[in-house]
Design a binder for this molecule. Structure first.
Ligand SMILES: NC(=O)C1=CN([C@@H]2O[C@H](COP(=O)(O)OP(=O)(O)OC[C@H]3O[C@@H](n4cnc5c(N)ncnc54)[C@H](O)[C@@H]3O)[C@@H](O)[C@H]2O)[C@@H](O)CC1
Ligand SMILES: Nc1ncnc2c1ncn2[C@@H]1O[C@H](COP(=O)(O)OP(=O)(O)O)[C@@H](O)[C@H]1O
Ligand SMILES: [K+]
Length: 521
């Protein structure tokens, strides 16, 4: 998703079948005519077309055989009536259209919109027309897709992407599973996706953010009661929402009441991981941070960040005295899976502290089948998640929300599945999907920073689930601020750590007496 996306998205995320239930409710219970709803969707899409391509004079509109195609015919009608040159292609034989989609086709035809069946246009002619357009409207497939796009949709999607012209995807980029965010075959890469009635979870996680571009939500004016018809599958959260939940510090606060975190990290040759996690924890406001690491990393850590307490530990027993005085532990970054990591793990798991388990802690857990534990946050990336569940990384990608749920069920506590649209899952509450973050964060050490941030919030008194989703939102926000200043390529974890205090000061402004409420949107 683009970094300058200023649009506010609703919090509720739905799977495709739930949005279909909302559509049905709007029509059958709330008394909105289905064709009227389609007109509203088309107008909303057309508004975004004008907004993103204010000088568009020629548009290509590609229509499929369901109601998404119906939306497309009405967008074409809007564009035609506005005086644009319209190339409308019926990818499904119009004789097979039913219901509102058929009515939309008939209306567009009666207005004089030129519509050609796909068989009448050669591949080359189609490609040339796409390339000659100012914008392409993708109304091929919406929430009704099953599996990967079949012929001729697959071929047309390839042509659209190859044309290199900006695409507006109606409701969902065609080829994307609106529930899971999985693109199992060809998928449209859009610049903007206006989406209707319910925000689809698949737009916010997995392949969704890459394919959807700028997501713009429109409820099409359906009555509030429509939303009683289906439950959201998750909440979409970002730092703007999360920051309002951090209580300001009281004037008389002292370090002893701001939490003491122990970071156990940094096997031989992996010292940086622990330093990053510990410094991120300090920059997130923990009162005290102790880093327990291999003795050879002590001086580097102190040089980098003298506010840390740094202890060299060689054996598991060296950790015992350090564990007794702290409020929580981060274990795993750069811990290795050898004897050092194993001994540290044994000590850490034997105590009742709230835990953040990351990186090698997760790899060690995968081979040991530890007991479930409630006061812990597991922070796997998809590869680690796959090892923990004994499945493949692509099975994790098939349905990230379901994978996070399985992790939580298997290990207890909070499961945080990293990657675009990070999913944070606990048992009793609706999972959170994090909006924000950028590809500049796909670099070594960014996960270590995340574990330090979450550990810091844990010892400052946040319950595990809040610490995890607030922490992931803060991490994404700091990454986006750093990328806005420096660009995405070459971004380093240290850059992100440098942004943490400024991000956190947002929450102070919110909490300060007399400050304007940093409203949602
Ligand atoms: N009245 C409503 O229900 C509203 C629906 N809306 C639109 O309707 C869409 C949902 O419409 P539908 O349920 O008709 O579904 P779609 O239009 O998304 O797709 C259904 C069509 O695609 C075909 N199809 C499914 N999977 C395919 C694949 N893998 N390869 C090729 N073809 C495939 C089906 O055979 C069917 O013809 C939404 O995404 C939205 O754009 C909006 O107009 C708002 C109101
Ligand atoms: N393209 C991206 N968009 C958003 N967030 C990203 C992206 N790439 C990486 N991140 C985030 O950066 C962090 C990387 O963590 P991880 O893969 O564990 O890195 P490491 O182990 O090297 O520290 C995760 O929180 C992940 O969600
Ligand atoms: K579409």
């Amino acid at each position: 998703m683009n970094l300058t996306n200023a649009h506010s998205l609703p919090e509720a995320l739905y799977r495709a079948d739930a949005v279909q239930a909302l559509d049905r409710c709007a029509i059958e219970t709330q008394g909105i005519d289905g064709f009227d709803l389609m007109h509203r969707a088309a107008r909303a899409a057309f508004r975004q077309l004008l907004r993103h391509w204010p000088h568009a004079a020629r548009v290509a509109v590609l229509c499929g055989g369901g109601n998404n195609g119906g939306d497309g015919y009405l967008v074409a009608a809007n564009a035609y009536q506005k005086g644009m040159a319209v190339d409308c292609v019926a990818v499904t034989d119009p004789d097979r259209l039913k219901g509102d989609a058929r009515r939309a086709f008939d209306e567009a035809t009666s207005l004089g919109v030129p519509i050609e069946p796909v068989e009448a246009v050669s591949d080359k002619a189609l490609f040339d027309r796409l390339c000659a357009s100012d914008a392409i409207v993708d109304a091929l497939l919406g929430t009704g897709i099953t599996g990967a796009p079949r012929a001729p949709f697959d071929r047309i999607i390839q042509r659209v992407n190859r044309a290199g012209i900006g695409v507006l995807a109606v409701d969902v980029p065609s080829g994307l599973n609106a529930s899971t965010g999985l693109a199992s075959g060809d998928v449209i890469h859009a610049r903007v996706t206006p989406t209707f009635i319910g925000l689809k979870a698949g737009l916010m996680t997995g392949d969704g953010p890459d394919c959807a571009g700028d997501v713009v939500f429109d409820d099409l004016g359906v009555p509030e009661a429509t939303y009683d018809a289906a439950s959201p599958v998750a909440r979409c959260v970002n730092w703007r929402r999360a920051s309002t939940m951090l209580a300001p510090r009281r004037r008389g606060a002292h370090k002893g009441e701001c939490g003491h975190l122990l970071v156990v990290a940094g096997e031989q040759g992996l010292g940086g991981a622990g330093i990053l996690a510990a410094e991120a924890a300090a920059r997130t406001g923990a009162g005290l941070v102790t880093l327990a690491t291999r003795p050879e990393h002590v001086s580097a850590a102190l040089t980098r960040c003298p506010s840390l307490m740094v202890r060299g530990v060689t054996h598991g027993n060296d950790l015992c005295p350090l564990l007794s005085g702290v409020d929580g532990v981060v274990f795993g970054p750069g811990a290795g899976q050898g004897p050092w990591g194993q001994q540290m793990m044994q000590q850490v798991l034997a105590r009742p502290h709230p835990l953040v388990l990351d990186a090698d802690a997760l790899n060690l857990m995968a081979s040991r089948a530890p007991a479930r534990r409630e006061n812990q946050v597991l922070t796997p990336h998809p590869g680690e998640a796959a090892r923990l569940l004994g499945i493949t990384t692509s099975e994790i990608a098939d349905d990230r929300l379901a994978a996070a749920d399985r992790l939580q069920e298997r290990f207890g506590g909070v499961a945080l599945l990293k990657g675009v649209g990070t999913v944070v899952q606990t048992r009793a509450e609706r999972p959170a999907v994090i909006e924000g973050g950028n590809p500049g964060m796909a670099t070594g050490g960014m996960g270590d920073v995340l574990s330090g941030i979450i550990g810091s919030l844990l010892v400052q008194g946040l319950p595990a689930f809040e610490a995890a989703w607030l922490g992931a939102s803060l991490h994404a926000e700091a990454g986006d601020r750093a990328a806005r200043k420096q660009g995405q390529r070459g971004l380093l974890p240290m850059d992100l750590i440098g942004e943490l205090p400024a991000c956190l000061s947002d929450s102070e402004r919110v909490g300060a007496p007399g400050s304007p409420a940093d409203g949602e949107e």
